[in-house]
Design a protein around this ligand. Structure first.
Ligand SMILES: [Zn+2]
Length: 473
């Protein structure tokens, strides 16, 4: 097709990396084209409380200049500051898949509750101690309500117009329910963003697929320096932990992220029960947020892969519901579990043992050698989960030093992210790619991946941007 010089000049795309550049949280990228500004994600920074708090207080752009927002998936480090946009007066559309649109509802309300409670706590502390600084909640329930009204859910595979200039398509990312890669085309130019990319043999969900051709690929790099073990190994390890703990008459406490990891564990338990490979002991999901997410999972059968259909859906069974599973709602029900004397499995948040009901379960069970604490997710530095994994004893839980006598087991093969090999394969499968930007990885992981790609002599230029870096093409 003949292109005039004029067309080429006006269709310059500019991408600015504003968050999750040189780090794993606070994902935000700005796409500018023909005077329009499209915000790709508005994630919350996580990590040490006060450091993250400071980063989350100021958005690195003027909200009034944003024309549209596109979101890859529901995780809070990609979506968590969207209610701040609404609070600051943003009334434009937020495009996301159907699944993501449903998942952010309980997620945002939960985040707002936590922030309002934190702000009240620090306000009271500040009144008692002049060295403590009070702060406002980043957003409240009204801001969440205003934000949710802006969502315009889209089906994967269909192309929709954004800010009158871009044609956007969501492509399956195989990371969590509803997750998508984002393909943005303007004229003859295109940029693809992986969001978070799942591993190639994704459990429960369909495997990720590569996007259509794009000259620029923004790729996550969480595990840019690692190769995963097979996911099948996770179920075998889970079986051994349950069998061993059951033989000691103990309980299994699983600190778990409410979204995706809890459902993966339920799925594996269901499979193991059906195969009669583990004793039928009661399972408690002691997290109202995980319960809300699990309900949403049960309504998105199209997201599930052939295996999940074969074992569950085709037999009219919900993969995440089985005999002996109880979702505890109230705090009173949660407390009753302390007195439950028989072997059982308790799945509770938070995933890194820093907050939530799991702290109470650890307090009551970690000093008993019959029990097992099963770690199934990443534990960041300085968290209680990391201390437990590293064998610290005693540990401080809810203000009390407690000896760690329970068996501590980590299953590392649960992962919702592609590893180094899979990330490279994804780039290879993106036709026309010229420039690759590695985001959403610690510096070390992104640099290892860049070095690996450079060493392979691929015809792409690979960059590891820092916040504020831009690229025009
Ligand atoms: Zn994610």
């Amino acid at each position: 097709m003949h292109r005039t010089t004029y067309e080429r000049i006006i269709k310059i795309m500019k991408i600015t990396f504003l968050g999750a550049a040189g780090g794993v949280t606070g994902s935000k990228h700005l796409i500018e084209v023909e005077g329009k500004r499209i915000l790709l994600e508005c994630g919350m920074h996580q990590g040490q409380f006060m450091v993250a708090r400071k980063l989350n207080e100021t958005l690195p752009f003027d909200v009034s200049t944003i024309d549209a927002v596109v979101l890859s998936h529901a995780h809070i480090d990609h979506s968590g500051l969207l209610p701040v946009l609404a609070k600051q007066g943003y009334r434009g559309p937020i495009f996301a898949t159907d699944g993501t649109t449903e998942l952010v509802r309980p997620l945002f309300y939960d985040a707002a509750h936590i922030q309002v409670e934190d702000a009240a706590y620090y306000k009271q502390k500040a009144a008692e101690n002049p060295n403590v600084v009070a702060f406002e909640a980043l957003y409240d329930l009204d801001d969440v309500k205003a934000c949710l009204e802006l969502f315009e859910p889209q089906k994967r595979g269909t192309t929709f117009r954004v800010a009158d200039v871009a044609d956007v398509t969501f492509v399956n990312a195989g990371h969590i329910l509803g997750s998508a890669q984002v393909h943005i085309r303007v004229g003859d130019k295109a940029v693809s963003f992986t969001g978070d990319l799942g591993p190639s043999n994704r459990k429960i969900l369909h495997d990720p697929v590569s996007t259509a051709g794009a000259q620029v690929l923004i790729s996550e790099s969480t595990y840019g320096g690692r190769l995963h073990k097979k996911q099948l190994a996770a179920r075998e390890q889970l079986k051994k932990v349950i069998t061993d703990t059951y033989s000691r008459g103990g309980k299994i406490i699983i600190p778990s992220f409410a979204l995706e990891r809890t459902q993966e564990i339920l799925y594996d338990l269901h499979r193991l029960y059906n195969l009669k490979e583990i004793p039928r002991i009661p399972v408690f999901v002691d997290s109202p947020l995980a319960t809300d997410f699990t309900k949403i999972f049960g309504q998105h059968l199209d997201d599930f892969d052939e295996e999940t259909h074969e074992f569950f859906i085709d037999k009219n069974k919900n993969p995440f519901a089985f005999k002996g599973l109880t979702h505890t709602a109230s705090t009173r029900e949660s407390k009753k579990l302390n007195a439950f004397s028989k072997p059982c499995i308790i799945i509770a948040g938070s995933g890194m043992c820093e907050a939530g009901r799991v702290k109470h379960h650890l307090k009551h069970h970690i000093d008993d050698a019959r029990n097992t604490v099963l770690i199934v997710g990443y534990q960041a530095e300085h968290t209680l989960g990391r201390k437990i994994v590293e064998g610290e004893s005693p540990v401080r839980i809810l203000g009390k030093m407690i000896d760690v006598k329970a068996d501590i087991v980590s299953i590392r093969s649960y992962s919702a992210h592609a590893d180094q090999k899979e990330l490279i394969t994804n780039i290879e499968k993106t036709p026309d790619v010229e420039s690759v930007f590695l985001v959403h990885g610690d510096d070390e992981q992104a640099e290892i991946l860049k070095a690996k790609i450079d060493e392979m002599g691929k015809p792409w230029t690979v960059h590891v941007p820092i916040p504020g870096d831009s690229h025009e093409f």
